[in-house]
Design a protein around this ligand. Structure first.
Ligand code: NAD
Length: 391
């Protein structure tokens, strides 16, 4: 099969983590008989330098024409003093809105090889894991284009305690349609995972949350094989720390998803491993438009040093194969190759267990400790390519 992929390497470490990800995609294409045509586009700081705006119209239009978008990261100190609407990160909001990607999928799994990076005690992890392992594997589906971040907001023309305006407001509004489509994205993800879906809301207080529950009660009837449960967000925040193994898929609003997905990412230990997908409505062919990116930023502190971890972007490419192109075995091949490389003990500095090796660049390539070998971006990518070949 042939697919067109819009590629935005972006700024900082973006180009360094995107290049190996495209090589991995090509290797998967060769192995399984697919062709990926890349359309390289500019957004973020580079686009500001070249065309004066973070998201040139041509970039958005070209991205819309492609089957999916793979993005590295945007931003950096060079553009930090620009006004809000001109900052590189504005490109991300423009792309999400322009591509209509409303469901943000953020997996957070604790890989056994990286267990030492998890801040939770083993006995706490095993207690909630159905197989008694010190591990968890959950997926947060966050509604991305509605709710509090897009609702009516303002300041009230009244004064209090000598301050004027003395009040401000934001509103949480969700339509049935917005809730239904993100829930369906969650159920579809749960169907190919462990078949559990938890709706997280604040239905004891918020009217919009009560609508979430009504919609979930209706939509869940279409997925009888999936167990649906409900949790208030305050309890969910506690349960993520107390018993993360109980969760499979969590579906929640924009605000709650923003907070819970950051909480969950910390449990996995490293930002350099975490991939994400933002999905739009399924099109008739079964494919669905999507924007795929690592959750980390452009890491200007380590850019150009060949020490960035490319695995989050490589795993984002795997998500693209799974969710936009419906190529499950190809996605699993990438994930297995990454897993095998970690089994071999290869680590970039951010995921090495050696003390002081964290993402400050202190880890020197080639250093060996605890059976781990610290490697750079290029060597890690080469190892993944080799592992893919061997599958
Ligand atoms: P960051 O994620 O770029 O970096 C945080 C820390 O994690 C740094 O110490 C960095 O070296 C490390 N790190 C990040 N990715 C890594 C990787 N792949 N391998 C090893 N270490 C890694 O966050 P920040 O420092 O707050 O932001 C830097 C810039 O990125 C800012 O301009 C910010 O606005 C932008 N940003 C962009 C995105 C995006 O494009 N989606 C997301 C977040 C931040």
């Amino acid at each position: 099969m042939k697919f067109s992929v819009a590629v935005i390497p972006g700024d900082g470490i973006g180009p360094e983590v995107i290049a190996p990800s495209l090589e991995v995609l090509d290797a998967v294409g060769d192995k399984y008989g697919h062709i990926f045509n890349y359309v390289e586009l500019e957004a973020g700081g580079l686009a500001i330098d070249h065309s004066g705006e973070p998201l040139p119209q041509e970039t958005l239009e070209a991205a819309k024409q492609c089957d999916a978008l793979l993005l590295g990261a945007v931003g950096g100190p060079k553009w930090d003093s620009l006004p809000g609407h001109m900052r590189p990160e504005r490109a991300l909001l423009g792309l999400r809105a322009g591509l209509g990607v409303f469901a943000n999928l953020r997996p957070a799994a604790l890989l056994p090889q990286l267990k030492s990076a998890c801040p939770i005690k083993d006995e706490v992890l095993t207690a909630s894991n159905s197989e008694g392992k010190a591990a968890f594997d959950l997926l947060i589906v966050r509604e991305l284009t509605g709710g509090l971040y897009f609702g009516k907001r303002g300041r009230l023309d009244e004064s209090s305690n000598g301050h004027s305006p003395g009040a401000a407001f934001d509103t949480e509004t969700y339509s049935w349609m917005e809730i239904e489509r993100v829930l369906r994205a969650g159920y579809e993800a749960a169907a190919v995972r462990r078949k559990k879906l938890c709706v997280v809301d604040k239905a004891n207080v918020l009217e919009s949350s009560r609508l979430w529950r009504e919609v979930a009660a209706e939509v869940s009837k279409d997925y009888p094989n999936i167990e649906t449960s409900y949790l208030y967000v305050d309890n969910a925040a506690m349960q993520l720390i107390r018993a993360p193994g109980q969760f499979d898929v969590i579906v929640t609003s924009n605000l709650f998803g923003d907070i819970l997905s950051d909480e969950a990412s910390v449990l996995t230990g490293s930002i350099g491993m975490l991939a994400s997908a933002s999905l739009g409505e399924k099109v008739q062919t079964g494919n669905r438009p999507g924007m795929y990116e690592p959750i980390h930023g452009s890491a200007p502190d380590i850019a150009g040093k060949d020490i960035a971890n490319p695995l989050a972007t490589i795993l984002s490419a795997a998500m693209m194969l799974r969710y936009s192109f419906v190529l499950e075995k190809e996605a699993v091949a990438i994930e297995t190759a990454v897993n095998n490389v970690l089994d071999q003990g290869l680590r970039t500095g951010d995921i090495a267990s050696r003390s002081g090796a964290a993402s400050d660049g202190a880890a020197s390539s080639g250093a060996v400790s605890n059976g781990e070998k610290i490697v750079g971006t290029r060597a890690m990518a080469d190892a993944v390519l080799k592992a893919l070949e061997k599958l």
